[in-house]
Design a protein around this ligand. Structure first.
Ligand code: SF4
Ligand code: SF4
Length: 504
């Protein structure tokens, strides 16, 4: 049963409602959070509601109503143990749609910062934040992780220098107002970044999930990019980005400061950064974007000064999909393919943070992207756009029902198109589709059996890496449909052997 049918909140009779008194102190407290003041510009048009998945899949959540409660200063209704704020999936659709640049999702995150100030967290969020604050990662390493990495020829994970992280988590001195009090000017429309000639050396920001949980993905990234002429420079001492869902919800200033420290690691090497996870891309790109504001950059540099660092605002961030498109190009990818995936129907999952907020990410048209379709086409496969392509994986939503129902609808749409696998470009989305799909099968008694695959692993396979060396054996839903292309390899080998023998 969905939240829509399960959790209908009782409505009080109109006569019993007390008159609303605007709580200005609540509004002032929110305005002190980074971008927390933006709700003041809401004129209640409702444009943020139409594409909001949390509204579609739950009766309790409506971003317009949340903005209205903010305008009234109804903190008592928003800042509660079972706050509706945690139903937001962080998909950024409202950010795209709002004509007033209110950025409802950012206001919601600032409200979560206020929840955190009061010590109110969902248990999962509390656990992940604690892991980050003690290890510098949200997915820590250890002997078992190192053993897995060794299997792919990867070195052990080094500890994060916590002596550089912990000073950044301490608050600023009292009395510093939010530097974003003024209404921001509308940014330019998104256009793909231009191809920059001769820039083939990049700092690699690995994040937490891929190195610790999916070393096969990391190995595929290193192999394929090296094949395509990219020099990968490892970032010594990098921490979690930090994650744009949990840690950003605790404290945006600490989140920005730790992210800026990661950018300084690349800045010191004079390099731009590439990422392999849409969440890392979101954090680092947004940090780069927000720190164009000199006042905010000054505040963040005040914290970085505690560890002898300074961010100058110049480090650019590229998701690996953008690196492939803009620095390598579809033709070069096509030429690198040794095993064309002809006839393979591949559904595409963009997720949210690769594309949105589009004014920050500047990757592709968020309403009609094609970068992943073209990357799949370059491998000889047939990309498939399904009717629920714009839905997100639901990872940020702290509810059982909302993400489960979203995933069910999304997989149903993929199945209808008869796609053999689902290609994605983010390890968080991958987890949702691999582990989450098993839960969907159990709850709905409907097994779509659509394996998910990270694009760089598909690219590695097309470039000739054997199936058994990709790390796909660790997935719940195996990508057995790829085996038939290995059979073709054998047949090609046999026939060339036969003809060689015949000519000898
Ligand atoms: S981020 Fe997505 S789920 Fe959250 S309020 Fe905006 S549209 Fe709704
Ligand atoms: S779209 Fe913007 S202005 Fe309209 S209700 Fe939502 S937050 Fe308010």
């Amino acid at each position: 049963m969905s939240e829509k049918t399960a959790e209908k909140a009782p409505t009080a009779p109109a006569a019993e409602k007390a008159p609303v008194r605007v709580d200005f102190e609540f509004r002032r407290e929110l305005a002190r959070k980074v971008e927390g003041n933006l709700a003041s510009f809401c004129y209640q048009c409702g444009a943020c509601v139409g594409d909001c998945p949390a509204t579609t899949y739950s009766d309790r959540f409506n971003p317009r109503e949340i903005m209205l409660e903010v305008l009234y200063g109804l903190g008592d209704e928003l800042l509660t143990e079972d706050s509706v704020l945690w139903l937001c999936t962080n998909c950024y659709n409202c950010h795209e749609r709002c004509p007033q640049e209110v950025k409802p999702v950012e206001v919601i995150i600032s409200l979560k910062n206020m929840l955190a100030d009061r010590g109110i967290y969902p248990e999962t969020v509390k656990r992940i934040i604690h892991t980050f604050e003690t290890t510098g990662r949200t997915t820590p390493g250890g002997p078992a992780v190192d053993k897995q990495r060794e299997r792919f020829g990867l070195p052990p994970l080094k500890p994060v220098p916590m002596e550089e992280i912990q000073p950044l988590l301490k608050p600023d001195a009292e009395g510093i107002e939010s530097p974003t009090e003024a209404r921001p000017a509308a940014g330019p429309k998104p256009t793909p970044a231009p191809v920059r000639e001769g820039k083939k050396r990049f700092a690699f920001f690995p994040g937490c999930l891929i190195p610790a949980r999916h070393p096969g993905m990391e190995a595929a990234i290193r192999t394929t990019l090296t094949n395509l002429g990219i020099e990968i420079v490892d970032l010594e001492g990098a921490s979690c980005c930090p994650d744009p869902i949990y840690f950003k919800s605790k404290d945006k200033m600490s989140w920005l400061s730790v992210a800026a420290r990661n950018l300084t690691l690349a800045q010191e090497q004079g390099l731009d950064v590439f990422t392999n996870c849409s969440g890392c891309t979101a954090t680092l790109s947004e940090t780069h974007h927000l720190l164009e504001d000199e006042t905010l950059r000054g505040r963040v540099n005040g914290r970085l000064q505690r560890i002898g660092r300074h961010y100058d605002g110049t480090t650019q961030v590229k998701h690996v999909a953008v690196l492939l498109r803009d620095e390598i190009g579809y033709d070069a990818i096509r030429k690198s393919v040794k095993r064309p995936l002809t006839g393979l129907k591949v559904a595409i999952h963009y997720g949210c943070h690769l594309l949105k907020p589009s004014r920050v990410m500047q990757v592709d048209d968020p309403n009609n992207p094609d970068v992943l379709e073209k990357l799949v086409e370059a491998l000889g496969a047939t990309p498939v756009r399904h009717s629920n392509w714009y839905l997100c994986c639901g990872k940020a939503c702290q509810s059982e029902d909302v993400p489960m129902n979203m995933m069910h609808d999304l997989l149903g749409a993929v199945h209808k198109e008869e796609a053999e696998l689902l290609c994605l470009i983010c390890p968080t989305c991958f987890g949702q589709f691999d582990y989450g799909q098993a839960k969907v099968a159990k709850r709905f008694e409907e097994d779509f059996h659509t394996p998910a695959i990270y694009y760089l692993q598909l690219l590695a396979f097309a470039q000739g890496v054997p199936y058994d060396e990709l790390g796909l054996d660790r997935q719940r839903f195996k990508v057995e449909c790829l085996r038939r292309f290995e059979t073709s390899d054998e047949e090609a080998g046999e026939s060339s052997g036969e003809s060689a023998g015949a000519s000898a």
